[in-house]
Design a protein around this ligand. Structure first.
Ligand code: PEP
Ligand code: MG
Length: 886
């Protein structure tokens, strides 16, 4: 029988380490802290096994579990010498969800559970603090009413706001016991009105209602969306933590806060966090009161007036500092800790690995290696390769003129420009139209997750560095400026105002999440470089990895970027991309529309110098490194003119009338161009095209050699081969041209010829194809398309349905599918049977996907190739694959 309930203070957990999949992240860490002897309020964890039973039992807790929970409550009662529901000294509880990974889509916390019309009086008598007791009760009704009973939380807030207006006060803290008393009545009425049920007075009903609500929240739409975005399996389920309450809102010797053991924004080794005196946990993250800093250093730097915890509670701060050190040493990672101070006693409510920006993740990993807390191997494995993406994107060009209209907190770094939107739906709508949006909200809530994902950046008027917006944006790698009190948002009018500007929905703004600046209009950006800690981490990864990393690039500019990011050659130079230039496209069209071989040769003659010029540049940048040049691949009609203007322009050039051109265009039309006259099939029909391209490659090499410049080593790649005969003929063609160019110039040229494996037949018959190929490069875009028979251009329309119905766990165009993997493995083994030394690589989009890279490493490929900005990601992922696949 799987264990269902764990007490995290009792002796039975001593020495036993229960895993996160049973206890959830929060529960596992609470029990770990209990064992470390830290001050954790007594309580227990209801395991994820119970969640499974709950759903199996028609979403009900069975009587066996109810008995076990009641027994655990007794243990707490004994421990804290209070009684649940007691009319003298009542025990209050917190009930919190706790999945394996923290999930903002779920119910999080219910505090003060156990209060009712009677126990509230007992609490008041016991603490001699009526205001505190009443305030706690109204908070409980509000939280329970909302999360368990489904009453919208703004209805409670509006009651408070209206009451404050009539009383003529501004702050909640200005309300006294009798005010809260009245509001408690109003709150209960709202609950009754909206749910047709009384607010539960039985403390056991409250407890089991709350526990059930946590389990039910696992099944909520928001949680499902979050799981989908983050690839979290629905089978995991959540645990529930029930814990004795400690109070941060009992007076001025009480406080509550959130603290990171290091700075989550820049990674510096300084405690960083926020706290509030006389408050409960949700006040810090909700953004309704502006929190104060924990350390004096942070407060001084921010020029904030209110005392830091270090200044106002020096003794407790010292104790907290010691605990943070202990936790970091124990977990060997930066921790995000929640604490409460009750009458000067410090309690730790939660610890977990802190979410951090990519920049700080790299700095913290490198620093911890220096501090001998972790090894280089740990550091390499600790960084999510995909998270490096945000370090590889441009930042604001500080030299450009900018119009800063307001400032906020630098909550998640990077710069983003886009149109202002005020709702998540609008952000998603613009994203669907390939437009960039900045989501502007007073504060964000878990309902905004999809909109935050769709937006390029997030701006909020309220909330600190640990607010929902800040935490989620950092996790997603979206730039975010939070808590900008300088902006005043009006949702109804769809505007926000700053001191001197009114910004409307649809206006363009830029936010700089590294400095907190909000800027009117678009701002130029500068490209990032790999230096400092990032470059150190990369150098460690390079020492470990065996896979080479190349780039997919066809312009000198991209090639240069990729080289600077550490690319060790080009794995795919798509020559057709070189044809789209305004000047060249005319010659391409002329070539396609030519009626005779001679006319085509003339048009190709015009293209030759252009191709040569590009090759020379690229071969120079990739000096001494391999460059795979793929001969023309896509169907010719992709280059054809569409508009009347373009058609008449080309008719003029080729000396034909418009009608003739139109009829040639319709001749070239194909029903299934992706399966049509493309790839080497073009080379078979029009060998002169591949001859011109081969000549351009060889003549560039000759020219560089004559200028004494060390060139790249070209690997000429024949696309879309499926038979031995195709590669044989095409290889012969390339070799002929090579011979001619060598003879004309009396210069020896080094090159190889190979093919893409992007059709299932090619994979299966790889042994035959390898007779004529010196390398295989897996074109997994087409290979995925043709393995499934799913169009890579149109599948977006139904892929979501496939993912929702768990037919695909992930889009197969993003991460290599198992069937495609099998085809690759067949091709590798068959190819090697023919040619042991055959060079193997991948150049489909999967070459930049960490999961696919792990497969490539196992499959024995020599290199992966990806877009320039993914090169560092692939370098790190290759090192991780090497370490994990051993
Ligand atoms: C492929 O098919 O995987 C490939 C890299 O080629 P393209 O995307 O140009 O078809
Ligand atoms: Mg292809």
């Amino acid at each position: 029988m799987n264990k269902l309930i764990f007490n995290f203070n009792s002796k039975d957990t001593k020495g036993i380490k229960y895993p996160k999949n049973v206890l959830g992240g929060k529960g596992a860490n609470l029990s770990e802290m209990g064992r470390m002897g830290l001050p954790v309020p007594p309580g227990f964890t209801i395991s994820t096994n119970v969640c499974e039973l709950f759903f199996k039992n028609k979403k009900k807790l069975n009587s066996n579990i109810i008995q076990k929970i009641k027994a655990e409550i007794k243990v707490i009662e004994k421990n804290v010498k209070k009684k649940f529901g007691d009319l003298k000294n009542p025990l209050l509880l917190s009930v919190r969800s706790g999945a394996r990974v923290s999930m903002p889509g779920m119910m999080d916390t219910i505090l003060n559970l156990g209060l009712n019309d009677k126990t509230v009086k007992a609490l008041s008598n016991k603490t001699l603090n009526g205001r505190f007791a009443k305030d706690s009760y109204r908070r409980f009704i509000q939280m329970y009413g909302n999360v368990v009973m489904g009453v919208e939380s703004h209805l409670f807030e509006e009651l408070i706001e209206n009451y404050k207006l009539t009383k003529g006060v501004l702050l909640d803290t200005e309300l006294d016991e009798s005010d809260w008393d009245g509001l408690i009545g109003d709150f209960k009425n709202i609950v009754k009105d909206k749910t047709k049920k009384e607010f539960p007075q039985d403390v056991n009903d409250q407890l089991f209602g709350a526990i059930s609500a946590v389990f039910l929240s696992w099944d909520s739409n928001r949680a499902k969306i979050y799981r989908k975005l983050n690839h979290i399996p629905s089978e995991w389920g959540t645990a529930v933590n029930v814990q004795s309450m400690v109070f941060g809102n009992m007076g001025n010797d009480c406080a509550t806060g959130v603290v990171f053991t290091r700075n989550p924004s820049d990674g510096s080794n300084d405690i960083y966090g926020e706290y509030l005196i006389n408050a409960q946990g949700e006040d810090v993250v909700a953004g309704t009161r502006t929190p104060q800093y924990i350390t004096k250093k942070a407060r001084t730097k921010a020029k904030a007036k209110n005392a830091s915890m270090e200044e106002s509670m020096p003794k407790t701060f010292e104790q907290l500092e010691k605990i943070l050190k202990k936790l970091e040493k124990h977990y060997r990672d930066m921790q995000d800790v929640e604490f409460t101070v009750e009458n000067n006693n410090l309690w730790i409510l939660q610890t977990r690995s802190g979410k951090r920006t990519s920049k700080s993740a790299v700095k913290i990993a490198v620093d911890m290696v220096k501090e001998k807390l972790i090894t280089k191997k740990d550091a390499i494995l600790r960084i999510d390769p995909n998270s490096l993406d945000s370090l590889l994107h441009p930042t604001l060009d500080e030299k450009s003129k900018i119009n800063v209209i307001a400032k906020g907190l630098p909550a998640s770094p990077g710069a983003a420009s886009g149109k202002v939107v005020f709702t998540s739906e609008e952000a998603e709508r613009l994203n669907g139209m390939m437009q960039e949006a900045i989501l502007v909200r007073i504060e964000t809530s878990p309902e905004d997750i999809q909109g935050m994902h769709a937006a390029k950046g997030i701006l909020t008027a309220r909330g600190g560095m640990t607010s929902h917006a800040a935490v989620v944006a950092r996790g997603m790698g979206r730039p975010c400026v939070s808590g900008s009190s300088e902006i005043d948002i009006n949702y109804d009018k769809k505007i926000f105002k700053t001191a001197g500007t009114i910004v409307k929905e649809g206006d363009l703004i830029t936010i700089d999440g590294s400095t907190g600046r909000i800027i009117l209009g678009d701002v130029p950006t500068v490209k990032p470089e790999i230096s400092g800690d990032f470059s150190k981490l990369m150098s460690w990864a390079d020492k470990v990895r065996k896979l080479k990393v190349r780039t997919n690039s066809e312009t000198p500019a991209d090639t240069k970027i990729a080289r600077d990011f550490g690319a060790e050659g080009i794995g795919l130079c798509r020559t057709e991309h070189m044809f789209f230039d305004e000047e060249r496209i005319l010659s391409v069209r002329e070539m396609i529309l030519s009626k005779t071989k001679e006319d085509r040769a003339k048009a190709l003659e015009k293209l030759l110098p252009h191709q040569k010029r590009d090759f020379i540049e690229i071969f120079k940048i990739m000096s001494n490194l391999p460059v795979t040049v793929r001969l023309l691949d896509p169907p010719l009609h992709e280059f054809l003119p569409n508009s009347d203007k373009e058609i008449s322009e080309i008719a003029n050039i080729v000396g034909a009338d418009i009608k003739e051109v139109r009829s040639r265009i319709s001749e070239l039309h194909e029903q299934n161009p992706m399966l049509g006259h493309r790839g080497c099939r073009l080379g078979i029909s029009y060998p002169e095209i591949y001859e011109m391209q081969s000549r351009a490659i060889f003549e560039s090499l000759v020219e560089l050699k004559k200028r004494n410049i060390k060139a790249a080593i070209p690997e000429i790649m024949i696309p879309l081969v499926s038979t031995e005969a195709e590669i044989k003929i095409m290889k012969g063609l390339v070799q002929n041209i090579a011979k001619r160019v060598q003879d004309e110039n009396k210069i020896k040229i080094n090159f190889t010829v190979g093919t893409m494996i992007e059709l299932p037949r090619a994979a299966i018959k790889a042994r035959d194809i390898a007779k004529h190929a010196e390398f295989f490069s897996f074109g997994t875009n087409d290979l995925t398309q043709t393995t499934f028979g799913i169009s890579r251009d149109d599948s977006g329309k139904f892929l979501n349905d496939y993912i929702d119905n768990k037919i695909f766990s992930i889009d197969p165009f993003i991460s290599i599918d198992e069937g495609v993997k099998d085809l690759i493995s067949i091709a590798v083994s068959e190819g090697k049977k023919q040619n042991k030394k055959i060079k193997l690589g991948i150049c489909g989009e999967h070459g930049g996907d960490p999961k696919s890279i792990s497969f490539c490493s196992k499959a024995g490929l020599n290199y992966v190739s990806c877009s320039p900005y993914r090169v560092p990601i692939a370098r790190l992922a290759s090192a991780q694959a090497e370490l994990l696949n051993k």
